[in-house]
Ligand binder design. Structure first.
Ligand code: FES
Length: 190
């Protein structure tokens, strides 16, 4: 590249002295330099975009659900946000399944919001879909709202026992994150 540039410089100087060719060479040299600079900048950006092992570990959360009794919920943290894991009672499952989903603002069945064989385990983000407050209902003694699930005190959104929005300003059900059972008693979220 350096040889080529030197040759081009001397050829330009020899062939013409009117400054036009020389300017052409300078433009080409400038574009080449920009191309090299561009590569140098792009590579670190690409390597930064690949998540490190630390980031991957932090992006998933394991929760042992074995101690959660029917009717109880626990709060965990997933990607720095509250996560609710709730074991439904038979009555709460029945109440969720008795709802005509066509009447819902965000129609979903309990089955669609849980894992096969684990319909009693409701895993949702603890983040109201209105403006992001943390709803009540996961901790012992907290109000659960008119539909027995969760209640957001910020502006009065009521979620049912499947975490579906039933009343109030929230536009959607509590989000069910990506998760799977890695054993009968442990879930991995994310
Ligand atoms: S943030 Fe929950 S109702 Fe507004």
């Amino acid at each position: 590249m350096a040889d080529t540039a030197a040759t081009a410089t001397s050829e330009t100087a020899v062939v013409t002295d009117d400054g036009i060719r020389r300017r052409d060479f300078l433009d080409i040299a400038a574009v080449s330099a920009a191309g090299i600079g561009g590569l140098a900048v792009v590579y670190p950006l690409i390597s930064q975009m690949a998540p490190s092992k630390d980031v991957l570990a932090a992006s998933s959360t394991e929760v042992d659900v074995s101690a959660i009794e029917p009717g109880q919920a626990i709060k965990a943290v997933f990607r720095k946000q509250p996560l609710f894991v709730r074991r439904l009672t038979g009555a709460e499952i029945q109440a969720a399944n008795a709802v005509d989903t066509s009447s819902l603002r965000d129609p979903q069945t309990l089955e669609e919001r849980t894992k096969e064989g684990h319909e009693d385990m409701l895993v949702t983000m603890g983040v109201c879909t209105h403006l992001g407050c943390v709803p009540l209902g996961a901790a012992e003694g907290e109000v659960k709202g008119e539909y027995g699930g969760y209640f957001c005190p910020c502006h009065g959104s009521h979620y049912d026992t499947a975490g579906r929005i039933r009343k109030g300003p929230a536009p959607a059900n509590l989000e069910v994150p990506e998760y799977e059972f890695t054993s009968d008693t442990v879930i991995q979220v994310g």
